[in-house]
Structures are given as C-alpha cells and as structure tokens.
Design a protein around this ligand. Structure first.
Ligand SMILES: [Zn+2]
Length: 280
C-alpha cells in the first residue's frame, strides 16, 4: 500500500473529489460569507506520507492530544487554529496560549490543514448536509441553496417537539429560541455556522415558508429582533440559535466518513469537540 502524501489529501479536498465523483463538484464563488481564501496548510510538510488522519471542527488542545496519540500525522480542521477566521493570528500570535499551541503542534509532528471554503462550496454544502443528516431529515429536504437548506417534515409538529428533537439529535443541553413556537411546524430552514444574520434568515421565514429557522450564530440584534417584532405583530415563527460549533460539527463528522471512503487504506478518526460554552 502506498500512503498518500499530505499534498494528495489536500488536493482531493480542495477539488471536492473527496465527496463527489467529479472534480467539478465545487460551485465557484458560491456561499462564502466570509470571503474565501481560508483553506491552507497551517503546519507541516506537504510532501510527508500520511499514516493516519484526524478530523475535527477545530484544533483544541484536547484534539491535538487525541490526534497525536491516535497515530495520525495529519489533522484536518474547519476553523482557524489561532482564534481568528483569518489564518494569520496577527497580534494574537504573541499571546502565551498561541505560542504554547504552536509549540505543541510542532512537537507533535502533526500537519494541520484547514478545510473551510471547499466544504461550503460543494453542492449541497457538505457542512449543511452533515447537519441535515444528523437530524435524520435527509429524506425531507426539499430544497437547498448555496447558503441554506429547507426541510419539509412529513407532518406538522408542535414547535417545541421540533426543538426537543434537534437537541436530542445533536446532544445539546440548551439552545436559544426567539420568536413564537405557537404554530405547528411544517417547514424548517437550516443555516450553518455564521449565517444567522437577517439577510439570510428572514427570506427563509418570509419567502420560503419556514416556520422555524435553525442557525449556528449571527448578530443578536438582527434575526432575533425581527422575529420578536414579528411575534408582537401576530406572527408565529421562531429562530433557534444552535451555536456555531453545534451546527457545523456534524458536517466535519460527515467529511471524515467521506475521507475514509476516498482513502480506505489510511485510518481516519473523527475527534468530537464539546461546546465551549456551558450554562450556569
Ligand atoms: Zn463553516
């Protein structure tokens, strides 16, 4: 068996062939809310042979430990390793935490590849597909756009029941809800990651007929205030903020499975990350 190089895995990811039969799987320029240009080898040598791959939402200290002790020498993450969407940490680089993390990565021998834009540019967005699948709603998806997925439940459900289902499937202790859960819910809109702003969420409620919109995170004064006013005016729709990690981690789990299928001779391990926030 010939081990692939880090470069070969990176090329398979950036061209989209990991999750589709063709290299034309990506939609150029579609759905990049933060400008693109994020996918990059953050650490390591592109010519190194890959003995094992670990996949995680982000490179926490715990993930680094788990990846290295599993025998992986390539870690694939969705978000930046240094607490910023842009890969260059800028002034943060001098912080004690950044410096220690860098030291640990270098000592571990892990190559770290950031895979953000390509998974969002696939059609459908692989990260959104992962969330729909984790919720068991693949059969009910009626539409997807570059930014959103729309699911039509087989029969109307009480809004609270939908929220309880989401929490159970994603293993969440809490979610935040704004608006009204009074209506029976038939259509659910899903927006992963940082797509919870009014520009993306409100059209799902107004034009796509969603009764509930689930999103990762977004400005609190936009969509939540819109549905609050809508409820005051007699509207019966709600939004549920899942959290950024909570909405996107299932997509990275799906990516790990697709990678394993693409590189069957290389062990691929998904490293789940607990939400950073806890409630008191
Ligand atoms: Zn994302």
């Amino acid at each position: 068996m010939r081990e692939p190089t880090v470069r070969e895995v990176m090329d398979a990811l950036s061209s989209g062939v990991v999750w589709s039969a063709g290299a034309d799987a990506l939609q150029p320029g579609a759905s990049e809310e933060l400008g693109g240009g994020s996918d990059a080898l953050l650490h390591g040598d592109a010519s190194a042979a890959v003995r094992g791959i670990a996949v995680a939402f982000t490179a926490t200290i715990g993930v680094l430990r788990e990846a290295a002790s599993s025998g992986a020498n390539l870690l694939i993450v969705h978000e930046g390793a240094y607490y910023s969407h842009v890969n260059d940490p800028g002034e943060l680089a001098g912080s004690a935490v950044c410096a220690e993390k860098r030291r640990r990565i270098e000592r571990s021998g892990l190559a770290v590849y950031r895979c953000h834009d390509a998974v969002h540019r696939s059609a459908p967005d692989l990260i959104a597909e992962g969330l729909v699948r984790e919720l068991g709603w693949q059969m009910f998806e009626v539409r997807h756009t570059p930014a959103a997925s729309i699911v039509e439940l087989p029969m109307p459900m009480a809004g609270e029941r939908v929220v309880r289902h989401v929490k159970a499937c994603l293993g969440l202790e809490r979610v935040r809800i704004a608006g009204s859960l009074a209506a029976r819910c038939r259509r659910v809109g899903l927006l992963v990651g940082y797509r919870g702003g009014a520009k993306l969420a409100v059209p799902l409620l107004d034009r796509c007929g969603a009764d509930i919109v689930l999103y990762g995170e977004g400005p609190e004064w936009e969509t939540p205030e819109y549905v609050r006013d809508a409820a005051e005016l007699g509207g019966r729709s709600a939004v549920v903020a899942l959290g950024h990690l909570e909405s996107e981690q299932p997509g990275m789990k799906l990516l790990a499975e697709r990678l394993q299928a693409r590189f069957p001779d290389v062990p691929v391990r998904f490293c789940p990350v607990d939400p950073a926030f806890r409630s008191l």
